[in-house]
Design a protein around this ligand. Structure first.
Ligand code: ADP
Length: 414
């Protein structure tokens, strides 16, 4: 019989659990090995090895893993992660691991194992590995999931929308850690001190910066545009040279669509700075790799932009309400409307991306590309330059019209 009450699992009790669940037992058998491999901030991830196959079980405990019990957090996040994996998998099947089991009482998800050589993108970035299809796959995944928004097409149902309104606690947490904590004194904020003390203080004291963050936060809270992954950074994506898989959507919610693409691009921008100096050595100065990161940033946005417009053209006589064919009834007007829509999206993408960059340097949850630079002053130097670029993007984002225009400021500060 399955466990009737919640209890935190470990490698041993997970085997008891599997034996008690007929579906899992029939799939995996009784000769099992389990290894906990979680390296994220929140949850526990177990690889289950049976004679014939590998399987992943992921459990949410009622607190944040990287802090411990002092930062309590709803374990219902596992429910939203399971629903989001299923829904995002429905929209973009090839790019999401399949969920095979979910236990609400235990806050436990069972899903397909992404076999080696799948690796978390962030680890690939630290190792300096190029993934030629990454931008193309992220574009496919973004356009598959983001195009289905009410103004343009009515593909998502009211039921899915209502479902995700329940993920309020993680929604509030995102508002807090991305938009509020970096601008104030907050218990778990930390940075490479004392080197970045002045930078952290500048974030708390900059009026212009705070005005920009306020605008982004307000847009973020007010606009339920599309079902987003909610935390689409480079540790939420596993890759090989041929495959790109998106994991870990426990923050899924209806938000402005620039937030997902911005998070991904913001993390690549961070990687650009860290790849350059933080991980360069005498054997490899990372210059060629840096160029690949810039190309991936450029391709991700440009491919997405192009495909999104193509889909819009294809569906222009469809059921979307915002741009009725009876009103937007000539190609010139249609083009103007699309240009304005995509330009706004671009500016919000840059703003959200910059906010995500800042939080990863000064708030509770940092990024491995940064933390794995062992020399503190070198790490701080990378962090300082990344913060300067993020601040510039926040303040000046409306002046940029094409993704390549960003690269000069990047190069100037590197
Ligand atoms: P968290 O919610 O704590 O951030 P993640 O979902 O990011 O946890 O998973 C943590 C780690 O577990 C990942 O970095 C990855 O190495 C591994 N992992 C998670 N899901 C899978 C999977 N389906 N296949 C293979 N490895 C996985």
């Amino acid at each position: 019989m399955a466990f009737t009450e919640f209890r935190p699992l470990d490698e041993k009790s997970l085997i008891e659990y599997i034996k008690a669940v007929p579906f899992l037992y029939s799939k995996l058998g009784s000769d099992l090995k389990v290894k906990e491999v979680g390296d994220g901030n929140l949850n526990f991830v177990y690889i289950v090895i049976s004679h014939a196959r590998y399987f992943v079980m992921k459990q949410a405990l009622p607190y944040m893993r990287c802090i411990g019990e002092s930062w309590s957090m709803t374990k219902e996040r596992a429910y939203f992660e399971a629903v989001a994996l299923t829904e995002l998998g429905r929209l973009s099947l090839e790019h999401v691991p399949k969920v095979c089991h979910f236990d609400l009482t235990m806050s436990l998800i069972g899903m397909h194992y992404l076999e080696p050589p799948h690796i978390i993108v962030k680890k690939g970035l630290i190792a300096g590995i190029e993934y030629p299809l990454l931008a193309e796959h992220v574009k496919i995944r973004c356009k598959d999931t983001l195009f289905h928004i009410p103004p343009l097409s009515f593909h998502h149902g009211a039921q899915t929308f209502a479902e995700f309104c329940g993920n309020m606690e993680l929604c509030r947490l995102t508002e807090q850690v991305v938009f509020s904590d970096p601008s104030k004194v907050s218990q778990y904020n930390h940075w490479t001190s004392p080197y970045l003390d002045r930078d952290a203080e500048a974030l708390r004291e900059g009026n212009v910066l705070k005005l920009e963050v306020a605008e982004l936060k307000s847009k973020f809270c007010e606009r339920d545009q599309a079902l987003l992954h909610g935390d689409l950074h480079t540790s939420s994506v596993m890759v090989t040279h041929e495959s790109t898989q998106v994991l870990d959507p426990d923050f899924a919610f209806y938000w402005p669509m620039g937030f997902d693409i911005g998070a991904f691009l913001g993390n690549l921008i961070l990687a650009f700075f860290f790849a350059q100096d933080g991980h360069a050595d005498q054997v490899n100065d990372r210059k060629t790799y840096k160029e690949w990161i810039l190309r991936t940033i450029e391709d991700t946005w440009n491919l997405f932009n192009k495909k999104f417009i193509a889909l819009w053209d294809e569906h222009k006589d469809g059921s979307g309400e915002a741009y009725l064919p009876a009103i937007y009834n000539n190609p010139e007007l249609q083009q103007l409307v699309q240009k304005k829509f995509m330009e706004d999206l671009f500016h919000y993408t840059l703003g959200f991306g910059a906010a995500k960059m800042i939080r990863r340097i000064v708030d509770v949850a940092h990024v491995e590309d940064f933390e794995s630079i062992t020399d503190a002053s070198r790490r701080a130097d990378c962090g300082h330059r990344a913060l300067e670029v993020a601040k510039l993007l926040l303040k000046e984002r409306r002046k940029f019209h094409a993704i390549t225009e960003l690269f000069q400021p990047f190069k100037n500060s590197s």
